[in-house]
Design a protein around this ligand. Sequence first.
Ligand SMILES: Nc1ncnc2c1ncn2[C@@H]1O[C@H](COP(=O)(O)OP(=O)(O)OP(=O)(O)O)[C@@H](O)[C@H]1O
Length: 346
Amino acid sequence: MIHLEHLDIEFPGFRVDDVNLHVEEGEFFALIGPTGSGKSLVLESIAGLVRQARCRLMVQGEDMSHLAPEKRGIGIVYQDNALFPHLNVMQNVSFGLRYYKGNRQEARDRVERLIDMLGLRRLVHRSVARLSGGEKQRISIARALSVNPRVLLLDEPLSALDPNFREEIRLVLKELHETLGTTFFMVTHDFSEAMFLANRVGVMHRGKLEQIGETRDVFCRPNTPFVAKFVGMKNVFSAEFEGKMAHFDALSCALEHTPALGAEYLALRPEDIELYPRGAKIPEHFAHFSGKLVGIQDLGFVFELAAQVAGLEFRTILDRKRMLASSLCPGDEVQIAFPPSAVHCF
Ligand SMILES: Nc1ncnc2c1ncn2[C@@H]1O[C@H](COP(=O)(O)OP(=O)(O)OP(=O)(O)O)[C@@H](O)[C@H]1O
């Protein structure tokens, strides 16, 4: 559906380096990565706002590489919604139809349907100036979809919203995608947004696409230390492997499977590591090590705990109830433990 080949962009101090990606028709694809990793440049290249001679872009089998942005049939939603303040809600939603070359009646019917789907019916005659952030974003989504685009590009559509509206728009996007079946291509720096919305993700790091795959797969099986940390695997250690044994720092543990040839790292999600007091009984098949609790951080619903084991620091999560019921303090002697199935090697 979207087929992007050899995207290279060079600015002083930054380079998008040979990005290639393929998005299937009807997919919800998310390009994720930290701020400044080049995500928006990829999105703008698909929109035609950034041009590169060598890059080839096909959308629904049509070569768009040299087409002007307005000829690509692509809709965009930005984080700041960019509505026209002098127009009312209906005029904003219908704005793109002024230049629309398709069937007018179908377009008007589509606008009416979008108005209902996005819960904008009671607002149609209101000025956009005094609406909430969530309402404004729903209008900009309706406006982008009013021209029946081949692809909807979403550039950080949730990041300017406060948390309540973020939740609301997240659900709106999920429902719209399921109902319309349009291909959605979203850029975000928030992995949890991608987990909720996208079937597949690509992870950008310093202008390179470091991993691309099913969202769940990238979450469970990252293939570089950067991606592992980005998806929340806070325990990533250099390791050597010998059959089904891993050796890292002064520690060794048994693995469930023999790692792939060339694997160099071992990673564990914090929620897969259990923390026990010294001397407590640990499930037999768990790997376990003694160490010292060196940090406790209150993250709201959960606490993040750091334990020093040999030369390494392990991070684990404890829910609020368990943490408050425990009498854990920094300096306590503890044991950390995890099942072999929790260890990811790459
Ligand atoms: N027109 C430009 N001229 C020079 N540098 C640019 C230009 N556009 C983008 N950059 C640089 O390219 C890098 C990547 O920018 P980009 O906006 O794609 O990042 P991003 O991953 O989308 O980040 P964010 O989440 O902050 O938007 C940044 O360092 C940015 O300053």
